[in-house]
Every structure is written in C-alpha cells, then in structure tokens.
Design a protein around this ligand. Structure first.
Ligand code: ATP
Length: 245
C-alpha cells in the first residue's frame, strides 16, 4: 500500500561557492497514514529543507513528492495554498502569527477560510488553546505572548482544520519540559485520529515519542529506525545522545 507521503529521488541543491550545496540528496521516503515520524541529524544536514519540500514551500531540483496519491511537486502556488489550508498543517520554526489578531483569532482564521461557522471555529480554537495550556492568553496579541506561548498558538493554528498531514519544524524548540509534555500528548492524540505527523526535532525525548526515527546526514537518510515495539526507547535515546555529542 502506498503511503500518505512518498518521495522518490527527492533532491534540492543550492548554489554554493564552488560545488552546489546538496541540501537534500536523493531521498526515497514512505510514510504511512497515521504514522508519526521524527527526523533528526546534525545542523545543516537538510532536515528543514526536506520538510519544506514535502510541504511545498520549496521546489525540488529533482525527484517527486506524492501526498495521498497525488503528485504535488509541480503544483502551482495557488493549488499548494489550498492544499495547505485544508489538508497539510505546517508548524514553522518562525511562528508567522498575524500581529494584528489575538491568539484565538489567529487559530480560528484557517477554519474560517475553509467555511467553518464562526461559532464552530471559535469552539475548536479554544479547545486547542486549552489543550496546549494557553487558553488564558486567548485574547492577547502575539507581541504580548512569550516565545513558547506563540509557538503553542502556531501549533493550534496548524491543527485547527484537522489536517491529514502535520509537518512540524522544531515544534518544541522554545518550550520548557512541562509544555513539551503537553505537545507530546497532543501529538499522541493525532495518532489516534489517524493523522500523520512528520517532525524535525533536536529534542531526543520528542524524537523518541514517534513511531519511527529517520536520521539524516549530508542530505540523505542514513538510518530508518522503527520505535513502536522495535528498539526500546532508552536505546534510541542513547543512540541519539551518542551522535549528538
Ligand atoms: N535558501 C538557501 N540557500 C542556500 N543554501 C541553503 C538554503 N537553505 C538551506 N541551505 C543549506 O542547505 C543545507 C541544509 O539546510 P537545512 O536548513 O535544511 O538544515 P537543517 O538540518 O534543518 O539544519 P538546522 O538543524 O541547523 O536547522 C545547509 O548547508 C544550508 O546552509
């Protein structure tokens, strides 16, 4: 059965001083529906670029991306915008919140854009803010929120339309361990709802919470480790600690 994400020979090269920088270099990847997959690897190995290619924020130099059976690497910007609004939730390293809108207005915006009623959008937005522990900040503008609070609002916004695919770049980067725990619980809920999660992280605890761990080096996936019932999580944490050191 084909996965919700399939890539074949996926590559993205950037011009360098001499030879091009091979940010992503011939990645063949298959992620099944409902699976959560974390991507780790040293700084600059191509993790964010891979996520951007899958989410249509960058165009491949070569290779293909298929989401839910549809080739997406050649889609127009407008088609990508529609797909992202409905089916692909993206959590960026920078939060991209709308400065003029309150936290709850930011979260409900994508729901209103796909025609959800005001009342249902507000209910869903508040529910997510509550689950992420930031409901008491719902009426604040982004510049009145801490980095970690903005990050959780951005995550709530990515999830408001219950996308089939969630792409997250360092979703716990600014968070303390309590808030990280809340996000991990939310991610566990995605799995129950058969939503698929592809996330880039430097946090071994976050990585080990996924079903599968992909390790990247120099633009390539060099290890693909199954964590659900495969390797004990402690062994994975030790393995990660080894190459992060
Ligand atoms: N727009 C760009 N132009 C030129 N080079 C780029 C561009 N974006 C990324 N790169 C280069 O591509 C390589 C991979 O970058 P990428 O951001 O994907 O790495 P990463 O693994 O996510 O790093 P980090 O963990 O530090 O966020 C790096 O060498 C980077 O300098």
């Amino acid at each position: 059965m084909s996965g919700i994400i399939e890539t074949a020979g996926l590559s993205r090269f950037y011009p360098g001083d001499g030879a091009p920088v091979r940010a992503v270099d011939g990645v063949d990847m298959s992620v099944a529906e409902g699976e959560s997959v974390s991507v780790m690897g040293p700084s600059g190995c191509g993790k964010s670029t891979l996520l951007h290619l899958v989410g249509g924020l960058e165009r491949p130099t070569a290779g293909t991306v298929t989401i839910a059976g549809q080739r997406v690497d050649g889609l127009s910007e407008a088609a990508w915008a529609r797909l992202r609004r409905r089916s692909v939730g993206f959590v960026f390293q920078a939060f991209h919140l709308v400065d003029e809108l309150s936290a709850v207005e930011n979260v409900e915006l994508p729901a209103l854009l796909v025609g959800t009623s005001r009342r249902a959008a507000r209910r869903r937005a508040m529910e997510l803010l509550e689950r992420l522990g930031v409901a008491d900040r719902a009426t604040h503008l982004p510049d009145r929120l801490s980095g970690g609070q903005q990050q959780r609002v951005a995550l709530a916004r990515a999830l408001v339309n219950e996308p089939v695919l969630v792409l997250a770049d360092e979703p716990t980067g600014n968070l303390d361990s309590h808030a990280t725990g809340e996000i991990l619980r939310l991610f566990a809920g995605l799995r129950e709802a058969r939503q698929t999660l592809l996330l880039v992280t430097h946090d071994p605890r976050v990585a080990a919470s996924a079903d599968r761990l992909l390790t990247m080096r120099d633009g390539q996936i060099v290890e693909d480790t199954r964590l659900d019932g495969g390797l004990p999580r402690q062994a994975v944490l030790a393995q990660i600690a080894g190459w992060e050191a």
